[in-house]
Structure formats: C-alpha cells, structure tokens
Design a protein around this ligand. Structure first.
Ligand code: OXD
Ligand code: MN
Length: 596
C-alpha cells in the first residue's frame, strides 16, 4: 500500500490509526487530502471519469456537479444507526444500541477488504472556526470521492485541520466505506467512549459526511455533556432591526422543517429596515461566554439543504448560493445540463430523473427525490453574517423550538422560565419528513429536534439542559413556534417564509421587554395586537381564533401523549420534567388565560 507524501509524520497516533484501518479495508492506494484547489480539480476530474459524479452545464452552473445515489440509499437510516456505548443505559431507550465489541466485529467483517481496487482518502476536517475554543477535529477515511468533495464544502478540510491538530491524538476517528451499498450490510455506528464513528454500506450525505450528524451532533452531544457545553440541531440567525441592533436566535426544528429557509429569511416589504443574517442552518455549538451569556458557533462551512420547495420566492438567498461550486444530489437533470426539482420555477418538459430514467412533466412521477439535496459553501450566501466566522461565536438572545404540526401548537408562545422551556423542548413533536426513511407525515415526539441525533440517554440529555440553565448567568429566553397550522381544508393558515420575521420580531421584543403577552396554560402567548400584521391578509380576529388559539381538549390529549413518551424514558427522566408536566395539566384543567 502506498501513501502520498502528505502524510503528517509529526502525528504518530494518526498515522498508526490510518495504517491499521488500511490493513482492515485493504485499499490499493491511500491519498491524504490537503484541501487545496489543485486537489479539488484533480478529484473532480477523477470522479467524473469514473462516473461517481457528472459535470453540469459549466456556463450556467460553474463548477457545479451532479450526483445520483443508489435508489435504496436516499436518506438517513435511523433504524440502522447505533450508539455503541459500553453500557446500554448510556445510549438510552430512544437510541438503537449495539455492544461495541459486537459492532466492531460485525462492521469489521463488512469493512474487511471493502476498499480492494479502490483508493482510501484520508480527509482531515475541522468542525468549528480556525482558532476557536469550540473546535473539534475529525479524520474521515473514505473510499468515496463524492464524500471527499462534499466534505470539502461542508467542513474546513485538509491542511487547516491537520495544522490545528498538530501532534495531538484528540481527534474523532471516522471510517467510511460504501462497501457494496447493500441495505442489509449498512450500519452507522458511534462509539462515543472511543471518539470513533464507523459508517458502512451507504453513500447518502447524512449517513456518510461524518462531520455533520455523526460528529457535530451525536459524538459532540456526548462530549458537550462531559465538557459542559451543548451540541444542538439548530440554525443560528441574526435579526437586525431598523435601529441597527442585532439579536441572534438559535432554532431547533426537525429535518426538512424549514431551518435553511428561516436562516436565510428575506424580510417582507412591510418590515422595511430589517435585515436577517445567516450564521448557520443546521447545527449550533453553544458555550457559556465570559459575559455570562450563551454563545454559539456554526461548526459547519456549508449547507446540505433540501432542494424540493426551494425557489426564488421561498428562498432567494439559497438560490443565489447554489449557482456555483455546488453539488446537486438526486435532483432532476435537465437536457441543457442544469437542474430542477419539484417546487422550482420553470417546469421543464423533460429531463433525466433522480433514478437516471427519462422523465416528462406529464409522467406523474417526481423528477427529484423528495429528499434531494444541494451541497453549497456557506460563504456564497448573500445573507451570510459578517460574524459567521468569528471564533468567539455570537451571543444568543432566544432559543426557538419548532415542529411541523397541522393542529394543536399555536404560532408562537414563550416559556415561563428556563425549566418550563426545557419541558417545552422536551415535549416537542413534529410530523415526519422524507429526510429519514420510513413513513412521512406521522406525528412523533422529537425533543429539541434531537431524537435522531442525541448521542446518549435522552433523560440525561434533559438533565444536561436543566443543569446548563442553572450555570448560565444570563440565559436566552425559550420559545416554541409552529408555522404549519392548517385550516379545515388542509391549507396552511400562516404564510410562513419571509413573514416568519413577524414572529421573530415578537420574540425579540419579548426578550427586550417591549411586547405584551397573555399568560395561557401553555405559556405566554402574544397579545393579539403585539404581532405586526401590516401587509398581511390575516385579520387580528383570525390570528386569535386560529393561530393563537389553545384548544383545551386538544391540549389535554397532547399532554397525555407527551406522558406516553416520557414514560418510555424511564428512570433517567428528571423530576423537573414531570413536575412541569403536572403543572401544565393543572393549568389546562383550570383553563384560564390572564393578561400580563
Ligand atoms: C439534515 C437532516 O440533513 O437533518 O440536516 O437530515
Ligand atoms: Mn438537520
């Protein structure tokens, strides 16, 4: 086996581990990635030559690539994702668990010889910002050039990561092989005590871009609990008011529920003077700053966004971002070498669909897979915040929890305090989407949008949130939103997208003590005239009677369903969560709201 001369001889632990993994996977060649432009050009050429990716129309979409994954490999596979902690209790009842010895053996058998005839790429990557105290380093070994090309967009990859690592052995060890892409030999395993991730048999982003869900959420949440910080499935956005004051908000929403759209929101004309700054669209790492506030960074360098539904109206910033240097996966390829997906303007008459088959607009088939994606550099986003690469991060004024709920949850409410807010996050629910395999549209509990991403026991995770609240001298205020309330005909009541700024405005005005609220059984609701409706086709009466309405029967049923979920957590569930649940039930039974 031959290594290239980029091998960092100063890091003996790293070199020894790469050699050990190479012995297992038996690649023909090992290539150390340096992250250079020259390397990008070389790897792109090779990936095109071997058919891993296709070139798109270079005039219309410069440096853009097209990829199709196997038909059975188009989403995260939660049922094949495991936390392999030594004790099953540490994985908790909401994660799949495998004994680490069994997992190493089972996956080792699949990895053995899986890279024969292939190259093993060594991808050093930095999650964080050069020089930031938040940073974590990972090394991903992979036999997929598609993965390398995506990792160089999604992370700070190559020399920058090795420089930051130096001779330290403190790095996440990630091993990935497509192997034979068989579902029955597909596993995504996390070994938190070994700071190790093994992913085999898939080439879909969420399963194989190991910096993202695997490191920055599952492993990082474990490390965050140990080290006193938080790794969360949250966007980070800065809202600048007409006076030039900026408040940063973090928002936890499940996959494919509009985090990217909210992070890149364009203010509606009636909110002239507001600006919205994108810091991150998927992951936030949060630490207590020396000023006693909670500070956040986006550890990623790119967006791995859902394509369907993205267009020049719903998200013009995303559209502007993906016009160059972007990898499109499982969208429709048009005959002129550009791309299309459901919901994008200019429906083409024909094209090649995500499965690689000829497609016409009258076929009745989807041209793009519902979970088709774009991978694009965050730096290209017109709304990217000047602070997005500040190693200190940004101070967070409010945290927003949100789900996709046709009923029950109102447009927005504020928790009474941190403990109640943790309960609100812990009892969050959402309708499932195409981002994971399985049924779509089923309501499931998804605490803090972390159900698929928490690397340890969910009860201990709630405890960590409660403990953090006690440690943060000036904690952010906690809110819940729901953009997805429907009327009896199944239509969304709230327009969403840019108009969501009206809700963010209320949230910020609550933080700064300006907006009025009504104390309801579930939390503080906006007083009807405290949300700006100017320029909207929704009357105050409609706002009150639908979007801000709390149906007590629905909520009592909701509280019962919350309890079913909490019962599953078992003895790690903090008493505080149960107390909050009892208090909620009591308030619901009393049923009154008071103006505060
Ligand atoms: C994602 C997801 O890709 O949550 O961000 O599935
Ligand atoms: Mn996500």
């Amino acid at each position: 086996m031959k290594s290239t001369d980029q091998t960092p001889m100063n890091n003996k632990t790293l070199v020894a581990w790469v050699e050990e993994m190479a012995k297992l996977c038996q690649p023909d060649k090992i290539v150390w990635c340096d992250g250079s432009e020259e390397e990008k050009i070389r790897l792109t050429r090779q990936a095109i030559e071997c058919g891993e990716v296709e070139e798109l129309n270079q005039e219309k979409l410069p440096s853009c690539l097209y990829a199709r994954s196997a038909e059975n490999d188009v989403a995260r596979v939660e049922h094949l994702t495991f936390i392999c902690s030594r004790s099953q209790k540490d994985a908790g009842p909401t994660n799949n668990w495998m004994d680490p010895r069994e997992a190493y053996k089972k996956l080792g058998d699949i990895f053995r010889g899986s890279m024969r005839g292939r190259t093993m790429y060594v991808v050093p990557f930095l999650m964080g910002i050069p020089g930031s105290p938040f940073n974590k380093i990972g090394i991903e070994l992979t036999d997929s050039i598609y993965v390398v090309l995506n990792m160089r967009i999604m992370t700070r990859m190559g020399k920058v990561a090795l420089d930051e690592l130096g001779s330290s052995s403190d790095f996440t060890r990630g091993l990935h092989s497509k192997a034979d892409l068989r579902v029955d030999r597909r596993y995504i395993c996390h070994f938190p005590e070994d700071n190790t991730i093994w992913s085999v048999g898939s080439n879909y982003g969420g399963n194989v871009l190991l910096g993202k869900k695997c490191l920055a959420l599952r492993i990082a949440s474990w490390l965050g609990r140990k080290e006193g910080w938080m790794a969360e499935h949250m966007l980070i956005v800065g809202v600048e008011n007409p006076r030039g004051e900026i408040h940063y908000l973090a928002g936890a929403f499940p996959s494919a529920c509009g985090k990217t759209n909210l992070a890149m929101l364009v203010p509606p004309p009636s909110l002239r003077g507001y600006k919205v700054w994108t810091v991150g669209d998927d992951i936030a790492w949060l630490r207590i700053g020396s000023d006693g506030r909670l500070w956040a960074i986006n550890p990623e360098a790119g967006f791995f966004g859902v394509a369907p539904g993205t267009n020049w109206k719903t998200n013009p910033n995303a559209m502007a971002t993906i016009q160059r240097n972007t990898i499109f996966t499982n969208v429709l390829k048009k005959l002129d070498g550009t791309v299309w997906w459901e919901g994008l303007e200019d429906l083409p008459a024909e094209g090649i669909d995500w499965r690689g088959r000829p497609w016409t607009s009258t076929s009745g088939e989807k041209g793009a897979h519902p979970n088709s994606r774009f991978t694009a550099p965050a730096s290209q986003c017109p709304s990217i915040s000047p602070e997005w690469e500040n190693p200190r991060g940004v101070p967070i004024s409010a945290i927003i929890f949100g789900g996709r709920r046709a009923r029950v949850a109102p447009l927005v409410y504020q928790s009474f305090d941190w403990q109640h807010g943790v309960f609100v996050g812990a009892s969050m629910a959402s309708e499932t989407t195409a981002a994971a395999t399985g049924r779509v549209g089923v309501v499931r509990r998804d605490p803090m949008a972390m159900l698929p991403f928490c690397g340890y026991n969910m009860g201990d995770y709630f405890r960590h949130w409660l403990n953090m609240g006690r440690k943060i001298p000036h904690p952010p205020k906690l809110f819940h939103v729901n953009w997805f309330r429907m009327d009896e005909t199944g239509k969304f009541i709230w327009p969403g997208f840019g108009d969501n700024l009206r809700v963010l405005e209320w949230i910020i005005e609550r933080v700064t003590g300006k907006a009025e609220a009504v104390e309801s059984p579930i939390g503080y609701l906006p007083k009807a005239n405290s949300i700006n409706l100017e320029g909207l086709n929704i009357s105050r009466e409609k706002l009150e009677s639908t979007l801000l309405n709390i149906d007590l029967d629905d909520w009592i049923a909701e509280a019962e369903s919350q309890m079913e979920f909490f019962n599953k957590i078992g003895d790690t569930l903090p008493q505080e969560i149960l107390q909050e649940h009892q208090k909620l039930l009591k308030r619901l039974k009393r049923g009154t709201s008071v103006l505060v």
